[in-house]
Design a protein around this ligand. Structure first.
Ligand code: E4P
Length: 219
């Protein structure tokens, strides 16, 4: 399972990139707003900066509610960076735009997916990846990771090539579950990436090794 960073904060992306484990980035309008990005020109600038740090796909989300607007924005995003994944919502308008853009060879990240049926429609419309939102389903008392597993199983059964991208990840254990469920990618906020690296026994063990070394080599 590949790891993407779920942020538009360039400092977090630089820190994550230094670890050598970040294979892509996902952004959305909320993350852009949180990072202080203003307007389409601001979004373009930050997406281009992200692409200069990370080689893999960068997801850039449309902000138009209608098909024509989505298609226009998707085509525009495709000119910004070498490896864009245009994020389109799991709606009738979104599927129509996915169909049009994927036919032009533009990669699609189908976002806001909350059902197997939506995932099936996105795959047929040409999505490169589908993003089930795990945390937001958990929030309303449904098993978000169950949906990830179901989509993986159905896609496998039917030989569907669309990748399953576990999104709305809230903690490090979600990453373990997503990997076990067979997700191809998990997109994680920076604090979750930091959590993944941490174990208290590693810290205690390291401290003890260094202390023993210092004691044995004291003058
Ligand atoms: C990523 O593609 C999604 O937009 C993101 O994971 C949503 O996360 P949230 O539910 O924490 O806002």
């Amino acid at each position: 399972m590949k790891l993407f960073l779920d942020t538009a904060d360039v400092d977090e992306i630089r820190r994550g990139a230094r670890l050598g484990v970040v294979k892509g980035v996902t952004t959305n309008p909320s993350l852009a707003a949180k990072a202080g990005v203003g307007g389409m020109e601001g979004y373009k600038a930050v997406v281009q900066e992200i692409a200069s740090i990370i080689d893999g796909p960068i997801s850039v989300e449309v902000v138009s509610p209608d098909v024509e607007g989505m298609i226009t924005e998707g085509k525009e995003y495709a000119t910004w960076i070498p490896n864009p994944w245009v994020k389109l919502p799991s709606t009738a308008a979104g599927f129509e735009a996915m169909n049009a853009l994927s036919r032009e060879g533009i990669e699609i990240n189908q976002t806001l997916c909350f059902s197997v049926n939506q995932a099936l429609l996105g795959a047929q419309a040409g999505a490169t990846a589908v993003s089930p939102f795990v945390g937001r389903m958990d929030d309303i008392g449904q098993r978000g990771m169950g949906l990830v597993g179901e989509i993986v199983a159905v896609f496998r059964q039917h030989g569907i090539k669309t990748q399953v991208l576990a999104a709305s990840i809230r903690h490090a254990f979600h990453c373990v579950e997503a990997a076990k469920a067979g997700a191809h990618i998990a997109t994680v906020p920076y604090p979750v990436l930091a959590q993944m690296a941490k174990h208290p026994l590693t810290d205690i063990g390291l401290e003890r090794f260094l202390e023993d070394w210092r004691r044995a080599n004291a003058p």
